[in-house]
Design a protein around this ligand. Sequence first.
Ligand code: ZN
Ligand code: ZN
Length: 236
Amino acid sequence: MTGWWERWFAGPGRCCLCGGPHRVTPWAGVWDRICMSCRGRLHRIHLPVCPRCGRGGTRGTTCEDCIHHPPGVLERNVAVLRYNAYAKELIRLFKYRGRECLALPLAEMMAERVFECGIRANALVSVPLHEDKLRRRGFNQSELLAREMGRLLRLPLIPVLVKVSPTLPQSRKSRRERLKALRGAFRVKPERIPGADQGTWLLTDDVYTTGTTLLECARALKAAGADRVCSVTLAR
Ligand SMILES: [Zn+2]
Ligand SMILES: [Zn+2]
């Protein structure tokens, strides 16, 4: 049974992910704006998580992936969803089918996670696309997420990272091969960022798989003088 205020204000409404009918008050938080069907298909990562990559189900201890490689320049990643079939589908719709209206709810989930995990960043920086890829796709999904997050967290989005070499398809490569292929792929412009040595830079991307892209971006930021680099991704 819904309260009179909900009947009064909600109207039929729509799920913010699938667009299906979903009754909700306009000011409801992101999870309440998602319909039951979508909620059932998403696997939300519950805290505590792996302190390095943000993977769930580890009861706060370092996960089996992270334990096998030394801590890198990326201090910490946090993520919202497990990278299951529905999370993949959402990212595909957003990234390749241009469903840009997904940027706000996805960014809202990410901003909420950053806040819950106590990450206090000074600026956001998105993972860049190589200019050829950007031209083909028309937009950078990480930047779109970062822009919405910046609005929600009241943080500036500073576009200092550039991807200087294109990445070849690397889904079958090992972590070590990926790292080698990405070495030097990102640059910071200008080479020294004024004020970078204070506080935390928060990188944004859609998914953390092996973490190599974020690690390389963090390396470039650190080389340009960044004090601390953390990251947030939608999925892990
Ligand atoms: Zn839905
Ligand atoms: Zn981990």
